[in-house]
Design a protein around this ligand. Structure first.
Ligand SMILES: Cc1cc2nc3c(=O)[nH]c(=O)nc-3n(C[C@H](O)[C@H](O)[C@H](O)COP(=O)(O)O)c2cc1C
Length: 352
């Protein structure tokens, strides 16, 4: 099956409900209402930094796409909105443009439309595992240059690769390759999941190389479900995708796991569906959050700016109702955790 068809299938399937699986457990994070906030709504200031770069909100556009005509149009729309709102933006995996230079433009539109915001390059761990050191350095340099990247993200997508009909489930040697990526990039390295979450054991291993961990937890877009839907003629992939659809670490639990062992920058993603969910992620200790699927859907429906505006307003309302002026103060607000999250934290010997 052609890679163009695969990329466009991902876009259409991701924007439908069948791609949304499980719970991120944000409903188990109840921030305590403050009836006496002692601030004015206008006192709230969302500006913060993203790995050292000043940005207007603790919120950005997650890694999604590139490589086809449709993906190029989506990237241009996302980039324009990111520039207007002063928020960072990841691109999707750039492998396609490294093997097919004629589609580089579908990523280059991001630097053209968003010159001033932090842009994040993206490569996949399984491909890195297969490249020689020389090729890898070349790919990283090209990926950075293509979008004038501020940081480089490498995605870990073991569950997707193992259920995808044309998947490459080869992860041997990835940790060593990450060190090469970091040296070649000369920029912050973000290691991210794509919807199955990062445990404290993995975070501890990544601590020596990653400047940031993006938890990419369970509870939003599921690539296992998407690959299952794509595998119409492949009965075995369809079957295993159904079996492993709910596999992973819910995003709220993953943030707590990562925070318990990792001192770097923590980005929350996976199933964040409102500014309230985003504020809950910050309350759990994340420095930043991103959304992917809701922004993709909003772009396809021509209401991207409204969606971003709504998320930002919801973060501000949560801050007003908990009496905090700056996003980082959310980590201190009183809260109650529901039984599933509490049980998870207890059994994993983690506090949050
Ligand atoms: C259409 C689509 C394509 C994606 N492609 C990539 C990708 O190429 N690289 C990557 O790191 N993550 C990719 N992701 C995963 C997202 O970055 C994110 O981890 C995941 O969608 C969970 O966030 P969400 O629940 O807000 O969608 C993609 C997500 C979507 C919706």
């Amino acid at each position: 099956m052609g890679i163009d068809k695969r990329k466009n299938d991902h876009i259409y399937l991701a924007s439908s409900d069948l791609s949304q699986v499980g719970t991120a457990l944000f409903e188990e994070v109840v921030l305590i209402h403050n009836a006496l906030p002692e601030i004015d709504f206008s006192d709230i200031d969302l500006s913060t930094n993203f790995l050292g770069a000043p940005v207007k909100a603790p919120f950005g556009i997650g890694a999604m796409t590139g490589g086809t005509e449709l993906a190029g149009k989506i990237n241009a729309e996302l980039a324009k909105a990111a520039e207007e709102f002063g928020i960072p933006m990841y691109v999707g995996s750039q492998r396609i443009a490294l093997v097919k230079p004629e589609v580089r433009w579908t990523f280059e539109v991001v630097k053209q439309n968003a010159p001033s915001i932090p842009k994040i390059a993206n490569l996949g761990a399984p491909q890195l595992a297969q490249l020689s050191e020389k090729q890898l350095v070349d790919w990283v340099v090209q990926a950075v240059d293509m979008i004038d990247a501020y940081a480089v993200a490498v995605h870990l997508n073991a569950a997707q690769e193992v259920v995808q009909p044309e998947g490459e489930p080869s992860f041997r040697g990835v940790l060593e390759k990450l060190k090469i990526v970091k040296r070649a990039a000369g920029r912050p390295l973000i290691v991210k999941e794509v919807g199955n979450g990062i445990s404290k054991e993995v975070a501890a291993k990544l601590a020596e190389v990653a400047d940031a961990i993006d938890v990419g937890g369970l509870g939003g877009t599921s690539f296992v479900a998407i690959e299952g839907a794509r595998a119409a003629d492949a009965w075995l992939q369809r079957r295993v995708a159904e079996t492993f659809k709910y596999w992973g670490i819910p995003t709220a639990a993953s943030i707590c796991e990562v925070k318990s062992v990792y001192r770097g920058f923590v980005i929350a993603s996976g199933g964040i569906r409102s500014g309230l969910d985003g504020a809950r992620a910050l309350a759990l200790g994340a420095h930043f959050f991103t959304m992917s699927q809701p922004l993709l859907k909003a772009t396809l429906e021509g209401r991207l700016r409204e969606e971003i505006e709504a998320v930002i307003t919801e973060v501000k309302i949560t801050m007003f109702l908990t009496g905090v002026r700056r996003p980082q103060e959310l980590a201190q607000v009183p809260r109650v955790y529901g039984p599933r999250l509490r049980a998870w934290l207890e059994q994993r010997g983690t506090t949050c």
